[in-house]
Design a binder for this molecule. Structure first.
Ligand code: FES
Ligand code: FES
Length: 149
């Protein structure tokens, strides 16, 4: 099957029910998207499908034919760039494991809502778990990124 990933059509050999996360990491060697729970509970595997955050660990690759997938490797919208800059300025990252998913979720939020409230941020980011507890810095960085858009 062919899947559009980061603007390129990629031919994938995986079977139809193989989750996108395995295609990305094992077949394509794109390890920026992380495996956490494997059960849609932690958000470590968040990528965007036509701009909407999805959980790559439970989404069959075949369901994504015809969609535009964006992973952390190819995320370069102005919202992503603002997020990355704010992340660096506010020193958001601790161990880093959850952060590709956090950046993708924050990107999707700012693309749909450029001036989110605390509540908007909490709602949008609630599915992305951070064992290091970086939530206050994530929230502050999303506000900082929003202020630059
Ligand atoms: S690895 Fe996909 S949500 Fe946890
Ligand atoms: S920075 Fe360590 S899990 Fe989030």
């Amino acid at each position: 099957m062919n899947i559009n990933i980061n603007g390129k059509d990629v031919t994938v050999n995986a079977s139809d029910d193989t989750p996108l996360l395995w295609v990305l990491r094992d077949e394509l060697g794109m390890t920026g998207t992380k495996f956490g729970c494997g059960a849609a509970l932690c958000g470590a595997c968040t990528v965007l499908s036509n701009g909407t955050p999805i959980r790559a660990c439970i989404t069959p690759a075949s369901a994504l034919v015809g969609q535009k997938i964006t992973t952390i490797e190819g995320a370069a919208s102005r919202e992503t760039l603002a997020v990355k800059q704010a992340w660096a300025e506010l020193d958001v990252v601790q161990c880093g494991y959850c952060q590709p998913g956090q950046v993708m979720a924050a990107t999707a939020l700012l693309q749909s809502n450029p001036k989110p409230t605390d509540q908007d941020i909490d709602n949008a980011m609630s599915g992305n778990i951070c064992r290091c507890g970086t939530y206050p810095r994530i929230r502050a960085a999303i506000h900082a990124a929003a202020n630059t858009l």
